[in-house]
Design a protein around this ligand. Sequence first.
Ligand code: BGC
Ligand code: BGC
Length: 865
Amino acid sequence: MRNIDFMNIQFKSNSFTTGMFCLLITPLFVGCNVNKSLSEPSIKPDETTAPANIEIWPTLDIAVKKDNVIEAKVASLLATMTLEQKVAQMIQPEIRDINVEDMRKYGFGSYLNGGGAFPNNDKHSTPSDWVNLAEDMYQASIDDSLDGNKIPTMWGTDAVHGHNNVIGATLFPHNIALGATNNPKLIEKIAAITATEVMVTGIDWVFAPTVAVIRDDRWGRTYEGYSEDPEIVREYSSAIVKGLQGAANKDFLGDKRVISTVKHFLGDGGTEGGDDQGNNLSSEQALFELHGQGYVGGLTAGAQSVMASFNSWHGKKNHGNKYLLTDLLKEKMGFDGFVVGDWNGHGQVKGCSNESCPQAINAGLDIFMVPTDAWKPLYENTIVQVKSGEISKARIDDAVSRILRVKFRAGLFNKPSPINRTLSSKIELIGAVEHREVARQAVRESLVLLKNKDNLLPLSANQQILVAGDGANNIGKQSGGWTITWQGTNNFNEDFPGGSSIYDGIKQQVTAQGGNVELDVDGNYQIRPDVAIVVFGEEPYAEGVGDLENLEYQQGVKQDLALLKRLKADGIQVVSLFISGRPMWVNAELNASDAFVAVWLPGSEGVAVADVLFSNSNGSTNYDFTGKLSYSWPSSADQTNVNRFDDDYQPLLPYGFGLSYDDVNILPDDLEVMNVKASESLQSITLFESSIKAPWKVMISDADSSSIMTSSVIENKAVYVRTIDRSVQEDARRAIFNGKENGKIAFISNYATDLTQYNKANSRLEFTVRLTELNQLSEQQGLYLSMTCGESCQGKVNITKQLSLFEVNQWQTLSIDLQCFENAGANVSKITSPFSLTTSTPLTIDFTNVYIRPNKVDKALITCQ
Ligand code: BGC
Ligand code: BGC
C-alpha cells in the first residue's frame, strides 16, 4: 500500500482542518501562500478605474506568420468590395433567423447554429441534413447575382465536447473532466477527432476551446473550464488549437481541420460571485497571470479567432473595451485573426442595443454574433454609422481584412464546396468506433477517486451488484449541458445511438465475469446485493441557468442521500458515482458512501466507467484511477471560491488530489455536516425562471395530438412555440396560436403535485407576459389559463379581460389566486399541470417567470378568495 504525501493528516471527527495540507503536501502542491499578487484587489466597479498597464502583456511568437501572398490577395479583394459587402462580412446571424435566400441576398461572412439549433429545426437531423444546409448556404454565399459578392461564407458551431449538436456524434467528457486527466496529448487527439466529425457535416469553424480559469464554482460554466489554475489551461489551449486547426506549417487548416476560437476574452472565469456574464474585478496582473494564460497558449499555437466575453472588467463590458480588444489583444499580443462577439453580447455595451452598436466595432470587435431578428437592423445601422463617420472606414477595412485573411488561410476560396470536401460524405466517421475509443480513454483517465474505505475498489465483478440512482442509465444526464440541446435537458438514451450509459458498462463487465446485476433507480432490490453502485448528481444545465447560490448538493429534499443511507442501513456497502459539472459540498453523501468517485460529465461513453471500477477475474486490474482534481474540493457549502495558492487554503481535498487503488483512504465517515434548517414557511415553487424547472416539461397539443418540446422550437396544427430571449438567452417562450383549431401549451409532469397547503395559504399562480400589437383580444374568443389534475379534471379561467388591460409590447406580471382554479373545478391536491394556456384565437403571446407564490401581502390581479 502506498501512502500519499498527505496521508498522515489526522481527520478529527467533525473538525477536520485542511489548512494542514499546505504544510504537509509539498512538493506535490507547491506554494500555498505564494502568488499574493493574484488576490483580488479592492477596486470598486467603475468604468474609469480599470487599470491599464500594457507592459504586463507579452508580444507572442505566433506560429502562423503573415504571408505576403495572402496579404496581397486580401488587399486586392478588399479594394473591390462595397461598404454593404464589407459590413455583411461582419454580420453573423443564426440558422433559426435566416434562410438561404437571405444568404444569397446579403452574403453574410459567416453564420452559426447556437446550442440546440439544427437544420430544419429538427433535433434528429442526419449528417446529410447538416451538409446539405452547409452546401446551400455556401452556394448562396458565392452566388453574386444579388449582392455582387462571391466570398464563401463560413459556418461556426459549438463543438465543445465533440460535435455535440449532432445526433450520433462522439461526445467527449466535458472540460472539467479533461482537466483531471492532465494529458495534453490526449486532448490534442480529442480536438482532432472533433475537427473530423465537424468536417463530416460541412462546417468550417468551431467555438472552442473555452479557456476560462474558474475561480468561483457557483458559475454555471464551471464544467466548461479545464481548471481553476492557469497551468493546465495554458497547455491545453495550445493542444486543442493544434488538434482543431492542425499545426502551423504542417496540415494547418487542411481538409480535416477547422478554425478554432479561444474564448471568452477575457476574465470570464473570474466574475464576482461566479455570476454568469458578471463583473471581473481582478487586477491587471491577475487578469494576465490567471485569465490570460489560455490566450498565451492558444494564440501562440495559431488560433485564428477569439470570442469576446459577455463579462465586464471593472464594470465595463468587454465587447466595448478597446483597451482589451485592440490595444492589448491585437496590438500588444500581436493577434492578427478576428474577434467574434458572443450571442448579442454587443447589445450589453453601455449605449448599445442588439440592433445598433458602433461602440463594439470601434473597440475592436470584427464580427457581430447577432442571432434573433436583430441582424437586419444591425446591418443597416452599421452601414449608416460608417457613412456618418461614427465608425471609420479604416476600422471596417481592418475588420474585413482580418476575416478575409482567415478565410484565405483556411483555404475557403480553394476548398471544394462543403458537400464535395474530403470528409463530407464519410458519415461513418460520426461516432466512429476509433473515436469512441479515445473518448473512452478520456473517461477512464478523468475519474477521480475521492474515498475508498478499506480499499473497497476495485470491485470484483463476480458478485451480486445493485445499480441504483437516476444517473445510472441516463446518457443525457451523464453528458450535461451543450448536449444535443443547449441545456442538455430533454434527451433520452435513444438520442445517443452508439453511446452507452454507466449501467451498460457495469452490466457488461459483471455478466462477462459471471456476476449478476440488478438495476433499480430507487434502490429496491429483489436479490440482496453484495455491493450497491449508486449513480447520482446534477441535472444538466448550461451557462447562467447553472449559476448557484452555494455549493450544497441537493438543497431541500436530499433524495440521493436518503437512498445511500437506506442502503447503508441495510448493511450494504455503497459505491457512489457522482455526476457533476463542478466540485460540490457533498460531505453527507461522502459519509454515507464507502467509496466515492467524481465522474464529472463523461459524455456518450458511459461504458468506460466500469473499465476502472472492476478488477479482472484473476484479481488484477486493467486500469487504475489516475485522475487528479484540477479544482479544489470544498469543505463547506459556502466555500465557493477555494483555489490552489489561496492565502488561507483550506479545501476538503486539495488541487491535485486523487486516490489510486493502492492508496490508503483518508476521508472519514463523519465529516462535518451542517444542519440545513428546513424552512418553516412555504417556499415559492418555481416552474420557469431562466429555464423550465424539473419535473416540468413543456407540452403542446392540438385536437389530435400532444408532443413534448425537446428542443428550442416545436409546432403542431394549432400552435408554434419557440424559445426567445428576454434578459438572457432562452429565458422566455413565444407561443403563436394560429386560430385554426384549439391549441394548448402546458407545463406537465409525470406525477401529481399536492398544492393544498398552497391554496390554504392564499397562494397565487404568477407569470410574466407580453402581447404583441397584433393581438386583438376579445373575451368571447378567449385565452384560458388552466390547472389540470389528471384526465378530465381541470380548472379553467378566462384571462382575456385582464390581459386586454395590459399595454402591448410590455412585459407585465399576471397573478391569479389558486382558489380561482379550484372554484373552476381543479382538484388542487393532485395537480399534474399547474400552468397551461389554451385558445382557438390567432394570438402571439410571450411569457416567462412562472411561479406559485404563497400568501403575498398584496392582492393577486385576478382574485377569488
Ligand atoms: C441558444 C443557444 C445558444 C445560447 C447561447 C441560446 O438562446 O439557443 O443556441 O448557444 O443561447 O448562449
Ligand atoms: C456562449 C458561447 C457560444 C455562443 C454560441 C454563447 O451564449 O457564451 O460560448 O459560443 O453562445 O452558441
